[in-house]
Design a protein around this ligand. Sequence first.
Ligand code: 8YV
Length: 330
Amino acid sequence: MPAEKPLVIVTRKLPDAIEARMAELFNVRLRDSDSAMSTADLTDALRHAAVIVPTVTDRIDARMLSQAGPDLRLIANFGTGVDNIDVETALRRGITVTNTPGVLTEDTADMTMALILAVPRRLAEGAAFLRGHKGQWPGWAPTWMLGRRITGKRLGIIGMGRIGQAVARRAHAFGLEIHYHNRKPVNAVIAEELGATYWESLDQMLARVDIVSVNCPHTPATFHLLSARRLQLLKPHCYVVNTARGEIIDENALVRMLEAGQIAGAGLDVFENEPAVNPRLLNLDNVVLLPHMGSATIEGRAEMGEKVIINIKTFMDGHRPPDRVIPAIM
Ligand code: 8YV
C-alpha cells in the first residue's frame, strides 16, 4: 500500500481552479463554507496538518503554534503580509513559512492610486449623491463638489518596497511629486526615474506632504507608525491613504483628526480591527472606505494560489520553496 501523502489543510475557500489543482497534487482538505475558521477549527487544523494554507483572517500566534501537531512542517500563507503569523516562533519550532510576494503588487498599487485620486476628487461622494437622489440633481454649478487638484501635489510614500515603488510609478505619471520614507534609499536609477526624494526622517516628510500613502508591511516596528503624535505633524489639507494594514495607523487618532477637520480626508482599504470598521468612520463624508480589496482581482487571486502550490510542491519535493519568509526580510 502506498504511504499516505502529507495532509494539506486550506483554511479558506480559494478559486475553483486552484482548489482543483491542489486536489490533483496533494492530499488536501478544502474548506466548504466561505467563512473564516473558528479558533477551535484552526487549532484542530494545526494539530493534524503537515501543511497549512492560512490567509490574513487566520491568526497563528505563539499560543496556537504551541498546540500544533508534530507533523506540521509548512505554513504556506495565501497572501504577502505575514503579520497573521508569529514567524519567529514557527521557525524556532522548525516550521517553514512561505508567502506570495510579487503577484499582487500591481493590483494593490492600482487600488492605492484609485484612492489617491478618489479622495481629493470626492469621487465616492459624487457617486453617492446621484445614487441617493435617484439620479435627480439640480445640475452643474461652478462651485459645487469642488475637490483638490492632484497634479503638482507632494505624495509621501511610507515603505518603498515593491508596492511603494509601483505606487510611485503611477503617481509620477499623474504629475505628483514623489517623496518617500524607507529604511534605506532605493536604487539611484529608480529614484532618478521617479524624481523621488528620500526622507530618512518620517516626521520631516509628514510635515511637508499633501498626501500620505502607507505601503509598508505591518511588523512590531511599524505598529502605530502613524501615531497620534505623527498624525499631528500633517498639514490640515493633507489626505491619508492606507492599503497596507490598519494597525500601522492609530485609527482612533486618525478618526478624531478627521472629525475635527485637522486633516482633509482618508482613503482606507484596511482597518485596525478587521473585520470591524470603526462606526465613526462611516459617518464621515471625507473618507473612502473599502473592505480590504487591494489585491482582489481574479488574476491576482489565481496567481497567489499558483504561488502557494509551487511553494508546497517544492517543499514536498525536498527543496527550498521560492517564497520562504526569513526574519531579515519581514
Ligand atoms: C490579501 C494582503 O488579500 O497579501 C496581503 O498581504 O494584504 C491582501 O491583499 C490577503 O492578505 C490574503 O491573505
